[in-house]
Design a protein around this ligand. Structure first.
Ligand code: SF4
Ligand code: SF4
Length: 331
């Protein structure tokens, strides 16, 4: 098994592991950000360049450094490889440049955007962005599109990560949308409107790292940090039925799949991602539709994890006590 050292931490990984996967195994600051890679979606990654790292030693056999930053989601670990992420100032500078490009056309929508508080681009620009844009030209703009009656597409916020295209391709029965055109006129095709017929199209909302695809049943109902996320499940004939309910008092404002610390859908069973169907997501908005398991431990450093949210390490609530759980949901 090859050994790789990332920011001074050495780990042995199975053959074929990428640098990004190895960094996630180590965890913490060693892990580069990723806006397009999604481990549950085949062929994702390689589009956004935010996960670039500096390879200072190629391998034990060929110790030459790689001449330029490489996408860690697409670069396989070699035995003896040495990599820098947070510890290389010039790499951080390069990543800042990537973030500046991602934000060139991005609107200043955070105060009104439903994704705010759990947005990967918001976190990324906070950590790697400039406080002021240097871009002086007209930004590209698109009309908002209703993708059926449940999903809204704000193409202006899209970073063209292709994750939603891969959901349509790999999770839905048929793919009827994609990215049209190239360069600064590239956009998610409006053929996506047809995808709403599919039982699993709502998963595009969960994989979208920004507020480009939002849940029309939740839009503008609440800032996400004012809601109480609760783990819940139901018997569903179409999907795993395991979800997170975002509650306000006894009202279920939003239902999403369960996501891990990387913002990716958790496995419902060994190797089976817990994608949820549109019926669970959009139509089961009553507490009686669900068996509530307990407060969701949010394991991310974003706004959504702040204040009253439960830190996984400090989760002390007895989840067997349903009354206590309901009281928590009310507070
Ligand atoms: S997508 Fe993210 S960064 Fe963009 S406006 Fe919404 S919250 Fe802000
Ligand atoms: S709509 Fe969202 S998921 Fe789809 S390509 Fe754009 S940013 Fe990615």
């Amino acid at each position: 098994m090859p050994k790789v050292t990332i920011d001074g931490h050495t780990i042995e990984v199975p053959d074929g592991t990428t640098i990004l996967q190895a960094a996630r195994m180590i965890g913490g600051d060693v892990t580069p950000p990723a806006m397009c890679y999604y481990s549950k979606l085949k062929t994702s990654g390689g589009y956004c360049r935010t996960c670039i790292v500096k390879v200072t030693k190629g391998s034990e056999k060929d110790p030459r450094p790689m001449p330029k930053p490489v996408a860690s989601c697409r670069t396989t670990v070699m035995d003896g490889m040495e990599v820098q992420n947070k510890t290389a100032p010039d790499l951080i500078d390069a990543r800042n440049g990537v973030v500046e490009f991602l934000l060139i056309n991005h609107p200043l929508d955070c105060p009104i955007c439903d994704q705010a508080g759990e947005c990967h681009l918001q976190d990324l620009s906070y950590e790697n962005g400039l406080s002021k844009s240097r871009y002086e030209f007209k930004r590209r703009e698109f009309e908002k599109i209703d993708i059926g009656d449940k999903i809204k597409l704000h193409m202006t916020r899209c970073i063209l990560c292709y994750r939603c295209v891969k959901v349509a391709e790999q999770v839905c029965d048929t793919r009827v949308h994609g990215v049209m055109n190239r360069g600064d006129v590239a956009e998610i095709s409006t053929y996506i409107e047809k995808a709403i017929d599919n039982d699993f199209s709502g998963n595009m909302i969960d994989v979208c790292p920004v507020g480009a695809l939002t849940d029309r049943t939740f839009r503008f109902k609440s800032r996400v940090w004012f809601t109480k996320p609760m783990d819940a499940h139901r018997d569903c004939s179409k999907c795993c039925g395991k979800a997170v309910l975002y509650m306000s008092g006894n009202e279920v404002l939003r239902v999403s799949a369960r996501k891990d610390m990387w913002g990716e859908v958790e496995d419902a069973a060994e190797g089976k991602p817990g994608w949820i169907c549109n019926e669970c997501r959009f139509e089961k908005k009553e507490v009686k539709d669900w068996t509530i398991e307990g407060p969701r431990a949010i394991d991310r450093h974003s706004v959504i994890a702040q204040n009253k949210y439960l830190d996984k390490k400090n989760l002390k609530i007895d989840v067997s006590n349903q009354k206590q759980i309901q009281e928590k949901a009310h507070n």
